[in-house]
Design a binder for this molecule. Structure first.
Ligand SMILES: Nc1nc2c(ncn2[C@@H]2O[C@H](COP(=O)(O)OP(=O)(O)OP(=O)(O)O)[C@@H](O)[C@H]2O)c(=O)[nH]1
Ligand SMILES: [Mg+2]
Length: 196
């Protein structure tokens, strides 16, 4: 595995509407933050390149629209994903409890080795928190979560750490012949894409 070849992985981010999935993907790719809510129609995808120990890791992040209206499409977008972020809004307890159902709806399409990273969003609104440490510890056990991060797309807290950890876990879980970018013949540039 040479540095030039690099690694390429499809990952998905799931969670209820308005928890902040698109915001975190936007933050990791362009460092921007938008206060207005524009719901994701179907699915968007983002490309992010991260270096781990001098290996370039390209993440193709499928940002699945969380509104119920798009529920039927979830398994389609998850198909073949090599890693998963499960996102909940720390100020909305319902978004935390819904993650078990979310995971059920996509798990058949995931690679069985897929790293699972649990993400609490909106940590800048921590004074309004409705989800506590004990709840999070319990869910980590139930879903066999690999890593957990408190994040804010407004302040940037925890965002790069979450994506860097995903890249590291992916490199550790899969074999180079599976993730080699040239083997997958994928040509993408960093940024935002919309699936029509
Ligand atoms: N204060 C604060 N607001 C946030 C944060 N992240 C997202 N928001 C706001 O939450 C709202 C929803 O964010 P989105 O990123 O669009 O949510 P989403 O999960 O992509 O929603 P769907 O596309 O419908 O699934 C927007 O108004 C964002 O500005 C955060 O870290 N802090
Ligand atoms: Mg969205």
């Amino acid at each position: 595995m040479t540095n030039e070849q690099g690694a390429f992985f499809k990952v998905i981010i799931i969670g209820d509407g308005a928890v902040g999935k698109t915001s975190i993907c936007t933050h990791i790719t362009t460092q921007e933050f938008f206060a207005d809510y524009n719901l994701t129609v179907g699915c968007d995808f983002f490309i992010k390149k991260i270096y781990v120990n001098n290996v370039s890791v390209t993440l193709q992040i499928f940002d699945v629209g969380g509104q119920d209206h798009f529920a039927k499409m979830r398994p389609i977008f998850a198909d073949g994903a090599k890693g998963i972020f499960l996102a909940f809004d720390v100020t909305r307890r319902d978004s935390f409890y819904n993650l078990e159902d979310w995971y059920e709806s996509v798990k058949d399409g995931l690679d069985p080795r897929a790293p699972k990273i649990l993400i609490a969003t909106k940590s800048d609104l921590n004074t309004e928190a409705e989800v506590w440490k004990e709840d999070i510890e319990a869910l980590k056990g139930i879903l066999r979560i690999d890593a957990y991060f408190d994040t804010s797309s407004l302040t940037g807290e925890g965002v790069s750490e979450a994506f860097e950890t995903m890249a590291l876990l992916l490199l550790n879980r899969y074999r180079p012949e599976e993730y080699s970018k040239s083997a997958q013949k994928q040509l993408f540039f960093e940024g935002f894409y919309r699936i029509a």
